[in-house]
Write a protein that binds this ligand. Sequence first.
Ligand SMILES: C[S@@+](CC[C@H](N)C(=O)[O-])C[C@H]1O[C@@H](n2cnc3c(N)ncnc32)[C@H](O)[C@@H]1O
Ligand code: SF4
Length: 374
Amino acid sequence: MMNKNIGVYIHIPFCIQKCNYCDFVSFTNYGLEDKYFQKLLMEIDLLEYDGRPINTIYFGGGTPSTVKPENIELVVLKLKEKLDLSNLVEMTIEINPGTCNNDSIGKYYEMGFDRISIGVQTFDEIMLGKLGRIHGEADIYKTINLAKKVGFKNISIDLMFGLPGDSLERLDRDLGIAMDLNLQHISTYGLIVEPGTKFYEEQKKGVLKLPEEELLLNMRKLINKKLSKFKFSRYEIANYARVGYESKHNLIYWNNDDYYGFGLNSTSKIRNLRFKNESDLNKYINMDNFDKHNLEEITNEMEIEEGIFLGLRLLTGIDLEDFLNRYKIDIKKKYEKVLGELLEINAIIVNDKMLKLTDYGMEISNYCMAKFLS
Ligand SMILES: C[S@@+](CC[C@H](N)C(=O)[O-])C[C@H]1O[C@@H](n2cnc3c(N)ncnc32)[C@H](O)[C@@H]1O
Ligand code: SF4
C-alpha cells in the first residue's frame, strides 16, 4: 500500500466581522483569544502522537492574521516540540487583506511559513461591500506586495463567483487582475448560500438576486479558459496552480490521506477513525481534557465512496491499481454501469491505469458524483 501523507490543520476561530455569506466557525470575541490559545496548546500537548513525520501544516480560520502573531508563534513552537517535522514540505497561513502589516507578515515568514493564502474574494469594490468584507481593492494589492517583499514565493488567493448581481464582465476583470499579479495558486469558490448567514435571510425574503444556472456554467468555463491560457493548471475541480505549486496540504484531503485537526470544530482523520472537535467556543476554552469520546469509525464502504469522490476532483483522477491495493475493489467492475453511462456523455476517461473526469465532467461534477451513489 502507498505510504499515506499526514497533515496538521490548526483552526483560528476569530474574525473582525462576519461576512454575509460565511458559516465557518468564527467569532468576533477577541477577548477570548489568549484563553483560546492556552487551550489549543494544551490540546496539542495532550495528543497521543504515533510519531509519523508530518508533511504539511495549515493555519486556517476564521482569520489567523487578526490574532497576535505571538500567539501563532506559540503554536508553531509547540508543534515543533511535539511533532516530527523533519519531512515538512509546506506550511501555510490564511490571511485577509487589510489585516497584516510589514511586521506581522515578516514574523510569519520568520516562523517558517512558506505559503500564504489570501482571502481576496473579488477585486470589485462594490461587490466586496455586498459580501460584507472589511477590505477594499487597494488593501489587496498592499497585502500581496507586503507578502512578496518579506520573501513569500508561494502566494495563493481565493476568488468567489456566482455572487448577488454577478456578471461575466465582473469575473473577467477579477481574473485579468489576478493574472497580472504573478501569483502561484488560485482557489475558486462558487457561492453557496448557507443557513444562518445574512445572504440566507435575504434569500428567504426573496431579495437576493443570484445568477441563473446557465450563467454559472459560463462562469466556470471562463475561469477554466482564462486560467489555462495563463499557464495555471486546473489540478482540482476548483483549484489552479502553476506547475509545482499545487497545495500539498489540500492534496492530503483529496487523496483521502490522514490529518490531525487542532482547535475549535476541527476534524482529524487518522487511519480508519475520524474525530470532530468541540464547536462551542466557551465549551472549548473550558475543556479540561481532550479525550476522544465521539470517534467515528470509517468503514471500508465509506472509504471507497470518499476515495471516489475525492479522487474524481483531481485532474490526475483515480489511479486504479493504487485504488485496488488500498480499498480492495476493482472500480471498473463494481461501477461498470455508471462508467458506461458517463462515458456515453463524454464526462469521464477510463483506461487501464486511471479513471478521471473530462473538462465537461468537471463542469457537471455534481451530476457525475451522484451517479456513483445511485
Ligand atoms: C476558510 S474560508 C476563510 C478564509 C479567510 N478568513 C477569508 O475570509 O479570506 C476560505 C474561503 O472559503 C470561501 N467561502 C467561505 N464561505 C463560502 C460560501 N458560503 N460559499 C462559497 N465560498 C465560501 C471564501 O472564498 C474563503 O476565502
Ligand atoms: S469569510 Fe473569512 S473573514 Fe469572512 S467571516 Fe468567514 S472566515 Fe471570517
